[in-house]
Ligand binder design. Structure first.
Ligand SMILES: C[S@@+](CC[C@H](N)C(=O)[O-])C[C@H]1O[C@@H](n2cnc3c(N)ncnc32)[C@H](O)[C@@H]1O
Length: 279
């Protein structure tokens, strides 16, 4: 069976391989019992090269996974009734972190979801409900409703590993649209703080490293959010946690030596936000 996954969709395979590696570590930061189902030798070789290229790539993806796992768990503990994985890729978080009491929805491109469901089917694993679309080209809240979710129910959306691949001018309208549509929303995402699309680097080495990683991933980081506070200024959102992903080492992995930051790592942030009570 062939799947015509495009460049952005292919990034999902790389991230799944990083997650599968976690089980081999003495002190894993998270467990994803399904990540190994998506194993592919060629992708594993790419990930090995990424790890060899830059000492921050792997830790950063580990911290990112743990951050969003914690975000979902805290949401459910705090009363979230629906969890949506936007650009879910091969993430299996909704399968293993949510129970019967929570509605789930994975949104991704049709080809990525078809591949995922094919692999899960062979392994006898039921996929969670999904919505196949380019989420930039549909009325996403309306589609989410059609998929059986309630815009007035407390909802957590994880939007992991997506923003950097999207058109620059699509990011804020998408966030604003979700913030307006859901009565009670928690939204978590990672993003580039500096607009890497500007391709301004502090040194030729930094530029070369960024471009080497992009080449290995097979996609280019084109978008960023230089002024994250517009979420509070222009949208009914309150930022609850904000920071740089590599710095999460202090929370999760204090024993590991901290390599120096390169430009991309120094610009790589996360944002957790929720709807402001009272609008
Ligand atoms: C780097 S992967 C991350 C996947 C997953 N969230 C994770 O962290 O493992 C990006 C995923 O977002 C999906 N994606 C990006 N832009 C999208 C769009 N406009 N519509 C639907 N899916 C999109 C891609 O198909 C891909 O599966």
């Amino acid at each position: 069976m062939d799947f015509d996954v495009n460049e952005i969709g292919a990034t999902a395979f790389v991230i799944a391989r990083f997650r599968a590696l976690e089980e081999e570590l003495d002190e894993p930061l998270f467990h994803d019992p399904y990540a190994k189902l998506f194993h592919d030798d060629a992708v594993a070789a790419v990930v090995d090269q990424m790890i060899a290229s830059d000492s921050l790539v792997w830790p950063t993806i580990r911290y990112r996974t743990r951050l969003f796992d914690d975000f979902v768990k805290a949401g459910i503990a705090g009363g979230t009734k629906q969890v949506i994985s936007l650009g879910a890729g091969l993430s299996m978080r909704l399968n293993h972190l949510t129970g019967q009491e929570v509605k789930t929805l994975e949104v991704d491109q049709g080809e990525v979801l078809a591949f995922k469901h094919h692999v899960l089917g062979k392994a006898g694993v039921d996929p969670v409900p999904s919505l196949a679309c380019n989420y930039l080209e549909v009325d996403l809240p309306a589609e989410v409703e059609k998929a059986g979710l309630d815009l007035d129910a407390p909802t957590t959306i994880v939007w992991e590993g997506n923003t950097m691949y999207l058109p620059q001018d699509s990011l804020l309208p998408l966030i604003a649209g979700l913030a307006e549509a859901f009565t009670s929303l928690r939204l978590g995402f990672d993003y580039f703080i500096n607009n890497l699309a500007g391709r301004e680097f502090s040194s030729a080495d930094a530029q070369a490293l960024t471009e080497r990683i992009e080449k290995l991933i097979g996609a280019t980081w084109v978008a960023g959010i230089p002024n994250i506070w517009v979420l509070e200024q222009d949208m009914p959102l309150r930022i609850t946690k904000l920071g740089k992903l590599p710095a999460l080492r202090e929370d999760y992995d204090n024993t590991a030596p901290m390599p120096g930051y390169d430009d991309a790592a120094d610009a790589y942030g996360y944002c957790l936000a929720e709807t402001r009570k009272g609008g």
